[in-house]
Structure formats: structure tokens, C-alpha cells
Write a protein that binds this ligand. Sequence first.
Ligand SMILES: [Zn+2]
Length: 350
Amino acid sequence: MRACVLRSTGGFDQITIADVPGPAADRLGPREVLVGIRAAALNHLDLFVIRGVPGVSHEFPHILGADGAGVVAAVGAEVRRVQPGNRVMINPGISDYSCEYCRAGEHSLCVTYRLLGEHLPGTMAEYVVVPEQNVAPIPSLDPPLSWGEAAAFSLVTLTAWRMVVTRAQVRPGETVLIWGIGGGVSLTALGIAKLRGARVFVTSSSDAKLAHARELGADVTLNHRTQEVWKEVRALTNKRGVDVVVENVGEATWEDSLRALAKGGRLVTCGATTGPRVVTDVRRLFWNQYTIMGSTMGNAAEYEEIVRQLGAGKLRPVVDRVYPFDEARAAFERLEKAEQLGKVVVTVSE
Ligand SMILES: [Zn+2]
């Protein structure tokens, strides 16, 4: 099958479209599903994989891509959730569905939690095999979801939902600051925070992206290249600060995130795109009684909930641009340069 693979870690020069052995339909596990991929969406995770993630080793060529949508091609003997021909989206977080955390319903805390495209062969290929728990039928909407939108949905929506709803528990009337609105998780977090009735502040280094974010519901927009975000936040909230900060930037923003928080505020983080070693003034932490929380992907119940919300016409993904399969490298370059607003998608097969 055709696949977008990494020949070895190290950089974009190692990305290529290659013919690789595909999964065998007659060797599926009893609860596994073979999906014929139509479109795959890119995530920041892919850029880490391309550069090399410490502690994660791959068999090369390694198939990239966490997010994907397509048509069920074959199912294992015990699969009940879907059947061949169904159009599905894929939840890229693969659990063993049996450890202590899985039994408690917390699948993204699974002791063997793995992600498609990072620890497992990814979605940028004509076929991928996943457990049946990891596929969801694509809801019918008007207008219908494109393959690109369906592919763009799962990773960022699941991540942002757990951050905003499950972890930070944003309530109506609260104030929320979201850094870097061009990114998929941030843009999705904006939509979810608005659904929760919050007043949302967003940042970007691009005034064009900030203008677009206002159209998508942002209440306050701040240019973090030309403005000191935490000071602006304080000025705009009568010196109070915001109730919640949604972080995935890490080193570059961490201290300003804490400076922007109101007393008793919550900081929730799912990433560290500018580096993982942050500085926390512990006096500020205890005096203001802040809560710092980590968040990764989401569990099966959260995935069901976001698919239900999508079916109700909410949380429709924002697609930035769709690239043909042969131009996958250009798609990664767009993500690397942070030119996008929303999800960058690659069409895998027509
Ligand atoms: Zn588990």
C-alpha cells in the first residue's frame, strides 16, 4: 500500500511516499477493524516524531499520522460496533482496555497507552488497523462532513474537551485565556469554552488569525508579539486575572500564564511546543492557591461525548488546507511554520 513514511528520524528530508506492506485483512484480531483511509490530519505530535521523541523507537520505514477517517474494509470476528462499508473517524489513542486505569474508564492513563503514528503505524497510509473501540461512525450533518473535516476531528477535539470540560471544568461566566489560537487544540478549546458560556481571551502573533478568531467567537484578542499578554489580561479584568489558562506552549508562556491567573485559578496543559522545562514561582502558586493540571487525549466516554456533540451540529472542525498525498511534505512544512489556522489535512485516497 502507499504510505507517507519516515525513513529515519531527523527532519523533513526523511519524509517520503513509499510502497510498504499493508495489514492483512484475514489476520485481524477478533476485535480489530481494518480501515481504508481517505484523509489524514496533521498534528504537532507528528513534528516531534519526525525530529525524534526521546525514549520512543520506531521500525523504519515508520508510517506517520495520528488522525484519520475512512471506510471500514474488514472487521474481526467479534466486532459489533461497525461493519464493512461504514464511514468512520479514528480515535488515535490506543489502550489495552484491560489495565487498572482502563477498567476505571480512564483510557488515556492506560499503562500501555500508545498513539497512532507515534508508537504504532499511523494513518497516512491506505490502510490502518485499530481496536473497534477506536472507531466512531461519522455523524450525518448538513452540509455533510468532508473526509478532511472527519479526519481533523478526533485528536484535537478529544484533547481540548478533556482540558476544558473534564479537567478545568470551565463554568458559565468564567474567563479563559488560550495561547496560540492558530493551533488545532487551541482553536477547538475556544469553541468548547464558548459552548460552556465562558468569556474567552485568545492570543496569536498574527493579526489575521486574531481577526478570524473573533469571527469564531473569541471575546478578546491579544497579539503576543506586540503586547504583553498578562498585563493586558490584568488590565482588561480589573486587575483580577482569568479563571483558567489553556496551555500547550510550555517554556515561552508558562510564567506569563501564571501571572495572568486570578486567585484560585486553574492552569491546564497538554503540551510544550517551545520546550518542557518551565519555571514556577512556588510562592505565587501557594499564595494564590492555583491549581496546575496536566491533560492528555481523553477516555472512551469523552470520545463518545464529542462525537455526540458533533452529531448535534457542534464542534465542527476548522480545516485550514487540504493537500494531495504527494504533497504531504509541504503540509508538514505549513504546520512547522505555524502558518495555519485550524487543521492541515492530507487526502490519502479518493
Ligand atoms: Zn489500560
